[in-house]
Ligand binder design. Structure first.
Ligand code: FMN
Length: 226
């Protein structure tokens, strides 16, 4: 006999499953304290075009308000395994406390486009961020901007941004695009491992950083832009 499974059954089943701990209810920043925006470069190549693009975004974020502090975490050359029940004592261990700091007001995550998707390092990093969801959703309500570099125009940069946004939404983060015309985020094209010739791309990176700062300042308790 065919079983009927209607919306009421679905909601009842969903309600019986504990998925994650309750949200942190937009843990408010301490008034007068600095707001930290952390940029993460998820290229396996240290200090290359993705790191440069994320740094550009961070510099723009810093320029929005004197209370904004920034830090770049370049994952290039680090060893970070994906999530597993017993993750190894790898380089992620030193990164986690930086992300757990209550001063963190927003993130900018950058990845190269690898076959039209984000890097496996980016995926591994985000998986390992699972402790930021339990027992409290530490990133809940905080803005996240995304930056993608590629060797080609239309090389999958917007897909990479989508992947980053979608993953970070699992942390309760609010994806923001950039100030126009960076509607999705930072989209850059490298040439000979350089992005300094991509003026439009650099503008999208800067405008993404500025937008993350705009939204960090808008959060309850942040005090708005001065
Ligand atoms: C395995 C691999 C796959 C790549 N796939 C793409 C791609 O699909 N689209 C694209 O535009 N560039 C692609 N690239 C080029 C990189 O995205 C580009 O060189 C990027 O700027 C590298 O970032 P990095 O300088 O921070 O390492 C690929 C590079 C590698 C190594």
């Amino acid at each position: 006999m065919k079983k009927s499974f209607n919306r009421r059954h679905f909601l009842a089943a969903a309600g019986s499953a504990t998925v994650v701990a309750a949200p942190a209810a937009f843990a408010a920043p301490t008034p007068g304290k600095s707001l930290k925006i952390i940029g993460i470069s998820c290229s396996p190549r240290q200090g290359m075009t993705t790191a440069a693009a994320v740094q550009e975004a961070l510099d723009a974020a810093k320029g929005v308000d004197p209370r904004i502090e920034t830090e770049l975490i370049d994952l290039g050359g680090l060893s970070i395994a994906g999530w597993s029940p017993k993750p190894p004592e790898d380089d992620f261990v030193a990164i986690l406390p930086k992300l757990q700091d209550p001063a963190v007001a927003g993130l900018i995550v950058g990845s190269p486009s690898y076959f039209r998707g984000f890097s496996s390092l980016c995926k591994a990093f985000i998986e390992r961020c699972a402790p930021l969801r339990e027992p409290r959703m530490l990133l809940d309500g905080k803005p996240v901007g995304a930056i993608a570099t590629g060797g080609f125009r239309n090389g999958g940069q917007e897909r990479v941004i989508d992947e980053i946004h979608t993953a970070m939404m699992c942390f309760g983060m609010v994806p923001v695009g950039g100030r126009p015309p960076a509607f999705m985020g930072g989209t850059l094209v490298s040439a000979d491992d350089r992005i300094d010739g991509d003026e439009l791309g650099l503008t999208t990176a800067r405008n993404t950083g500025a937008r993350v700062a705009d939204f960090a300042l808008l959060r309850p308790g942040a005090g708005g832009k001065q």
